[in-house]
Ligand binder design. Structure first.
Ligand code: F0G
Length: 458
């Protein structure tokens, strides 16, 4: 039997990508002030900026779009969607939203608020921003090994339950309206959370009567890692594993732009009726009527179909293997990669890649710029540009200096990955000649999206 794992699909529709020269890319990136968010997407050859909203839909999803019911209230599409989500999660109240952060905004508005504390294995930036905007204190409790980019462990996405217990005891149950667990844990490398960790977190939280909410946007990738790595799950279907994960949750927020394989969509699901009622009232003010929640009816059909397709184990095998394959190619040539590779992206460790560039000169930004100029690859810095601070004029580095290459679902083939790996290796070989960067303009919040940079030439 051949060992190669192939893309489990045929391609029915294609979108050309534009080839440009290094000189052209150097010019447009300079015009974009060396910020890859400010480029025109058509000037990018392979776009690894995010795996969010960038999936290729299947022919069945496109067909489902045509079948969408655009009724304002009581749309058939809603009931199709609701049934799929209820069957998957077992949760009672399903509230569609236009994307994940809209579900977060509603949840934190109805259940968060001033002085409350929200634990999470690691908050994604929009989750943290929504928590803090409502007045909450967002506390990240990753396991220690998550911060060691060269340490192999099966479930680096886990939450540190000792620290959780300690936090609950110190803070007091009444200040913690709910606890979140993010699957997979995006911010520490798309690393999976074990079933054991979710189950034990739930047992602990039950003692204090604190609900558990999953940030579920990559739930299928997480479930597949459990099948591969956790004792007792090899014989179970990914669907059964996903159902068990959700069985420990009292609710979830979902960005459907990841594991529901759509370009837009999300939902909030809750068991608590009173809370769901409050959420629906707010939904009507901000998103739309509860049977469409900020989406077209057809988007609900596409989500429903995507949530079925994502649990196909041939798809998940290909998905997880293609990220692992990308990472292996780089590791073989000594490129420092966060290990093991996670579910949706390869992360380069910029501190080890460019040891001569201090955090204050943004080594992750340097790599992201070089990858674009070398070959038109767009990645994203997740380091001191994104999380560093100037506290009282003093530079404070981020905990990790990473460059994320997030792989859109079902979009690129193995030769795109081979090409990208070759380019990254080329850049790694000439790493001695790469400059650091300085920020010449930054807005007061979320500076990475719009900041301007200039190379620091020594
Ligand atoms: N939670 C996690 C773990 C995420 O990764 C994201 C988005 C969200 C919530 C918010 O969902 O974008 O639909 O509003 N992550 C994208 C990324 C943007 O590039 O990692 P959204």
């Amino acid at each position: 039997m051949a060992k190669t794992i192939i893309e489990p699909f045929k391609i029915k529709s294609v979108e050309p990508i534009k080839f440009t020269s290094p000189e052209y890319r150097g010019r447009v990136l300079k015009e974009a002030h060396y910020n890859l968010f400010l480029l025109k997407a058509e000037d990018v050859l392979i776009d690894f900026l995010t795996d969010s909203g960038t999936a290729a839909m299947s022919s069945k999803q496109w067909a489902a779009l045509m079948d969408g019911d655009e009724s304002y209230a009581g749309s058939r599409s809603f009931f199709t969607f609701e049934k799929v989500v209820k069957d998957l999660t077992g949760l009672r109240h399903i509230i569609p939203t236009h994307q994940g952060r809209a579900a977060e905004k509603i949840l934190f508005t109805v259940a968060g608020g001033k002085g409350k504390v929200i634990p999470n294995n690691t908050h994604f930036d929009t989750t943290r921003a929504n928590a803090e905007f409502s007045g909450c204190i967002a506390v990240d409790l990753p396991v220690q090994v998550a911060l060691e980019t060269d340490a192999f462990a099966d479930f680096k996405g886990d939450m540190d339950l000792n620290r959780l217990e300690d936090l609950v005891k110190r803070t007091g149950r009444e200040k913690i309206p709910f606890c979140m667990i993010t699957v997979t844990n995006n911010s520490v490398g798309g690393q999976p959370v074990s079933m054991k960790n979710i189950r034990e977190a739930k047992l602990l939280l039950d003692k204090f009567d604190i609900p558990l909410i999953l940030d579920a946007c990559r739930f299928a990738e997480n479930a597949f890692f459990i099948k591969l790595r956790e004792p007792g799950y090899r014989e179970k279907s990914v669907r059964e594993i996903a159902r068990e994960m959700f069985s420990y949750a009292d609710g979830c927020t979902m960005s459907a732009k990841k594991d529901a394989l759509v370009n837009i969509g999300g939902f909030l699901a809750l068991n608590d009726e009173a809370l769901a009622e409050k959420a629906r009232s707010l939904l009507i003010m901000t998103e739309g009527f509860p049977t469409y929640g900020g989406l077209a009816g057809r988007d609900l059909d596409a989500m429903a179909q995507g949530l079925v397709e994502v649990l196909d184990e041939d798809y998940l095998k290909y998905r997880i293997r293609s990220i692992e394959y990308f990472g292996e190619k780089l590791l073989k040539e000594g490129v420092p990669v966060l290990v093991p590779t996670g579910g949706h992206a390869v992360f380069l460790d910029a501190r080890r890649f460019l040891p001569n560039i201090p955090s204050s000169s943004y080594p992750g930004q340097s790599i992201a710029v070089e990858l674009y100029i070398e070959g038109g690859i767009r990645s994203v810095e997740i380091g001191s540009v994104m999380f560093g601070k100037e506290a009282g004029g003093e530079f404070q580095a981020a905990q990790l200096e990473l460059v994320r290459l997030a792989v859109p679902r079902r979009v690129y083939t193995q030769s795109h990955i081979d090409f990208a790996a070759e380019l990254i290796i080329e850049v790694f070989k000439r790493r001695e000649n790469i400059p650091g960067y300085k920020i010449t303009y930054e807005p007061p919040y979320l500076r990475h999206f719009t900041a301007h940079f200039e190379p620091v030439l020594s």
